[in-house]
Design a protein around this ligand. Structure first.
Ligand SMILES: Cc1cc2nc3c(=O)[nH]c(=O)nc-3n(C[C@H](O)[C@H](O)[C@H](O)COP(=O)(O)OP(=O)(O)OC[C@H]3O[C@@H](n4cnc5c(N)ncnc54)[C@H](O)[C@@H]3O)c2cc1C
Length: 453
């Protein structure tokens, strides 16, 4: 075996993009994926029209992504790569997002004119005062302080702190500022208010509802990458159980608790906490204790296929209030018309949770009832409009970036660095808030590094 022979653990976007560049460099490689499909948490699932309640004419299938995805145009080289892969199937979408709070819809990102129209004068004055005259802290220690600094207490409490607590399952004072993943850049209301009221220059960066999206869902990107890679390089239903090491090298891996194979170079994309426990000989107990401290958030998706043309015009609708069990609703059809049969639509509700939360362990029927009741408060629907319901569980959806996560993650990642033939990449493996474009870039870099040695 040569050092350029790659064993890639995990067939999510991180594993697939590594395989994509390995193929481009004509390297030998195999991807081991535990599930029946490649694509990890970045797939598009299909509900056949014929499987829906047959009282309506069906003219196609419903498709939904494993959580509301869009392709971010952040790295020109990656965007070009994805454009080449998808051709005309990469659509430019214009769809705004909104926040639903106390019975009203607010534009997201927040817009001053929208707030003026919808909030009481007293509240507006409070927001203006907090944003224009309070002096922001020079150094913020956690997300709560960051949000208050950025927006003032009133706005932060209404729209951000409650939402973050629901999404991450932690009080915002326990969360690192890294949870913003730069998404709040350009959303600084303070600079916007200053520019409007005082005439000082405005922060030009402002997010809007314009983004790239594949015609048949985000999973098309993984599908095209798989097509390019070729089936023989992807071993589905091959769960990695153990990483056997000697002399600071991973020597063998164990698959499906059965087969042991020798390895040359290992690219590991599996969750960091699982990887620590797979080591044989075992990692030092203090390191396992560090692994116990870091958490991943899972996601339950509740999908209602509806016999109505549309539910809303939004890309995403956010729900910061506790009374709603979900944090976000998205309507796949508003990203691409081909995500639903003509005249019909689907809504997907996202419920973040930990594996020991009631939501993760609830029956499909109980979830359907709970979510349906909450949905009625957003927009009343008739029971007969629901032609199909489905629940989908997404493990390891988000690394939970608590205030001390960096120190813990660094300790684990540093430990793995001792294995000279092992590379970590991917969202759960590096415990970083990475997106698809980041993973393309990471895949390219790791392969170039190995190919050029
Ligand atoms: C709700 C949501 C919305 C998102 N929105 C966006 C977005 O708009 N734009 C964007 O770019 N990104 C978005 N992302 C992020 C994107 O989905 C992730 O960056 C991506 O899925 C991470 O890929 P990965 O390969 O690192 O991990 P994963 O996708 O988690 O893949 C890991 C793979 O490893 C496999 N595996 C696990 N254990 C084993 C084992 N023991 N042996 C073998 N295989 C194993 C799993 O089955 C899985 O296939 C979103 C994510 C979520 C959850």
């Amino acid at each position: 075996m040569k050092t350029t022979d790659l064993h890639i653990l995990g067939g999510g976007p991180a594993g697939l993009t590594t395989g994509y560049y390995a193929k481009k460099h004509s390297l030998n490689f195999t991807i081991f994926e535990a599930g029946e499909h490649a694509g990890g948490n970045c797939r598009t699932l299909k509900i056949k029209g014929a499987d829906c309640r047959p009282c309506v004419s069906q003219s196609g299938d419903f498709r939904f992504d494993t959580g509301a995805h869009r392709f971010h145009d952040k790295d020109p080289q990656v965007t070009e790569e994805v454009k080449n892969l998808l051709g005309n199937d990469l659509l430019q979408v214009e769809a705004p997002s909104e926040i639903f709070f106390e019975g009203k819809f607010y534009r997201f990102p927040l817009l001053l004119s929208d707030l003026v129209e919808k909030l009481e004068t007293k509240t507006l004055l409070k927001i203006a005062w907090e944003n224009l005259y309070s002096s922001p802290k020079k150094q913020v220690e956690n997300f709560e302080e960051f949000a208050i600094n950025q927006y003032g207490k009133t706005l932060a409490e209404r729209f951000l702190l409650n939402y973050s607590e629901k999404l991450w399952g932690q009080p915002p004072c326990n969360l690192s500022t890294a949870i913003t993943g730069n998404r709040l850049k350009g959303l600084d209301l303070r600079s916007f208010l200053r520019s409007t009221v005082l005439g000082t220059p405005q922060n030009p960066k402002h997010l809007d509802g314009s983004f790239f999206y594949p015609r048949h869902g985000i999973g098309m990107i993984s599908d095209k990458v798989c097509e390019f890679i070729g089936d023989k390089h992807i071993k589905l239903k091959h769960r990695v159980n153990r990483l056997i090491h000697k002399n600071e090298k991973i020597e063998r891996i164990v698959l499906n608790d059965d087969v042991e194979i020798p390895v040359a170079t290992v690219i590991n994309t599996l969750p960091l906490t699982l990887s620590v426990r797979m080591l044989e000989p075992a990692a030092p107990p203090e390191l396992c204790a560090v692994a116990d401290k870091i958490k991943y958030r899972h996601l339950v998706l509740c999908v209602f296929c509806l016999n109505r043309d549309t539910f809303s015009s939004n890309a995403s609708l956010y729900f910061p209030s506790e009374e709603f069990p979900f944090t976000r609703l998205y309507e796949p059809k508003n990203r691409s018309a081909e995500m639903a049969p003509k005249g019909q639509t689907a809504v997907v509700l996202e419920l973040p949770c930990y594996s020991d939360d009631a939501v993760w362990n609830m029956s499909e029927a109980a979830l359907q009832t709970e979510v349906w009741e909450a949905l009625q408060c957003v927009k009343p629907l008739l029971p007969e409009e629901v032609i199909h319901y489905e629940t989908y569980k997404l493990p390891f959806a988000y690394p939970v970036l608590e205030v001390d996560f960096e120190e813990n993650v660094t300790r684990l990642v540093t430990y793995f660095k001792r294995f000279e033939n092992l590379h970590l990449t991917g969202r759960s493996s590096l415990f970083r808030y990475l997106h698809l474009h980041d993973l393309f870039k990471a895949g390219r870099e790791v392969v170039e590094q190995i190919a050029n040695v």
